[in-house]
Design a binder for this molecule. Structure first.
Ligand SMILES: [Zn+2]
Length: 477
């Protein structure tokens, strides 16, 4: 029997507001434990939450950018459960009336090789819980409530995804969008962009859903794809073995390359949701929504099309360059100075991108600025240096923090294009290789590369080959 996986993703995005969602504590990362707390986010009795307007704005922007219908009225609800990182005994979230409904993203499908629309069921706002720290050297666990009350949005997709690769593509696109909006820092390792995947399998052609499991702890695109891939295989093996899939929450362990059972999966009714009596409904009028619509920046897909149509670079290059906001901005700044988008694209996607990937950093964290890279590219464009020298200048610039033009000057790397100077070298080479000159004249035209090589050796690779080649040919008749 052939099986078909059915996958839906729930993505939590931490919003980059200055303060928390219901109090004025700073929402920054990295303070000392429990430093950024107050009676509201510590869950003291008798306190009242007040909604952060900026968090609502960010959530509306995310909804608009993912083609969702922003709801005129949404309501905060209490999601009741007890856990030590949640001192109130409930999390403030949205349930029956979320902020936005019915959106979609267009993704690339590896199954059809075509574009495919993935539905977004809903986007709702909620607060994050605190953090538990388990130190194996101590007989206790610690509670840090700095993260309690940090604003989150949860973006829930329809179960429209049919492969691990499709899930990865959807997630990468969603990540690029929220980064372009600048509503989150999007750091997956620190948990600002985290994903749970609901996975089930069913016989191909069936429209009935199989029993699903939820995989948690997927904090990189690679883990998402590997975790889902593995879970699909595990479920198919169970069914083929005559067993059945149990509805549960599982954890992905990237080191063991396996998912492990964590706990039975709760249903919504387990949480006894009810509207939070301390918070009024959120009402969003057309004026506010339109104002935010005007504020939306150019999104990845629009930018990609502009790069293809106006800057005339290939679709493949535009796709990679716009996959990250930082890289696309670096590229544009550079290309504007150099006034040659093809040269800039080729160079950034080669030398520069491999440097970023090796160091695991975004373009704006690079130690070399777009202006510096533009200097190198201008030198190539003007024929002052060749591509090989340009790469050396790039790594020198990284190491010494000196500007490329300074390095070219200091090391005398400038390509020799002075015809008189080059002619003298060519004459010298021809005079000291009379046998080769004879052979060339007798018809062995391939020897031109031997002479070129000698000239390059003599000039330490700095001769401009575009000038030397015809010069040799002319002199030998
Ligand atoms: Zn607080």
């Amino acid at each position: 029997m052939e099986f078909e996986p059915v996958i839906g993703l729930e993505v939590h995005v931490q919003l980059k507001t200055n303060t928390k969602i219901f109090c004025s504590c700073p929402a920054k990362f990295g303070s000392s434990p429990n430093e950024s707390t107050c009676p509201v986010c510590l869950g003291m009795p008798g306190v009242l939450p007040v909604l952060n307007k900026k968090a609502v704005e960010f959530a509306i922007m995310a909804s608009l950018a993912t083609n969702c219908q922003v709801q005129k009225k949404s309501v905060f609800a209490r999601k009741n459960y007890f856990y030590p990182d949640l001192p109130k005994g409930y999390q403030i979230s949205q349930f029956e009336l979320p902020l936005a409904l019915s959106g979609y993203l267009e993704i690339e499908s590896d199954i059809t090789g075509d574009k495919k629309r993935i539905g977004i069921t809903r986007i709702h706002m909620e607060e994050d819980a605190g953090k538990l720290i388990h130190d194996s050297s101590m007989p206790v666990s610690y509670v840090d409530l700095n993260r309690a009350g940090t604003p989150l949005i949860e973006i829930v997709s329809e179960p429209d995804l049919r492969s691990a690769r499709e899930a990865g593509n959807y997630l990468r696109q969603l990540h690029a969008i929220v980064k372009y909006l600048q509503i989150t820092d999007g750091n997956m390792e620190e948990g600002s962009f985290r994903c749970d995947a609901n996975v089930s399998v069913r016989p191909k052609g069936s429209d009935k859903l199989g029993t699903r499991t939820e995989i948690k702890n997927l904090n990189s695109f690679r883990h998402v794809e590997n975790g889902i891939e593995h879970e699909i295989a595990r479920q198919i093996a169970l069914i083929e073995d005559g067993q059945s899939v149990v509805q549960e929450t599982r954890l992905w362990n990237p080191d063991k390359f396996k998912t492990f059972s964590m706990r039975g999966k709760e249903e919504a009714h387990d949480y006894r949701y009810f509207p939070d009596p301390d918070l009024v409904p959120v009402e969003i009028n057309d004026e506010w929504e339109n104002e935010l619509k005007q504020k939306l920046p150019e999104l990845p897909e629009q930018k990609k099309n502009r790069f293809i149509n106006e800057l005339k670079i290939s679709e493949q290059q535009a796709e990679t360059l716009t996959s990250s906001r930082e890289l696309s901005e670096f590229f544009e700044t550079c290309a504007n100075i150099v006034q040659d988008s093809k040269l800039t694209a080729n160079w950034l996607l080669g030398t520069f991108l491999s440097y970023l990937r090796e160091n695991g950093i975004e373009a704006d964290k690079s130690e070399i600025s777009p202006e510096f890279v533009a200097e190198i590219l201008t030198a190539i464009k003007e024929g002052k240096v060749n591509d090989k020298t340009a790469k050396e200048i790039f790594s020198d610039s990284l190491n010494t923090k000196k500007s490329p033009s300074q390095i070219i000057k200091d090391k005398g790397l400038e390509q020799v294009s002075d015809e008189g100077e080059l002619e003298a070298v060519v004459d010298k080479i021809l005079a000291s290789n009379p046998d080769e000159v004879e052979k060339y004249k007798a018809g062995n035209k391939k020897l031109i590369s031997f002479f070129m090589g000698q000239v390059m050796k003599e000039t330490k690779g700095k001769a401009n080959p575009k000038l030397v080649n015809p010069m040799i040919a002319k002199k030998l008749g």
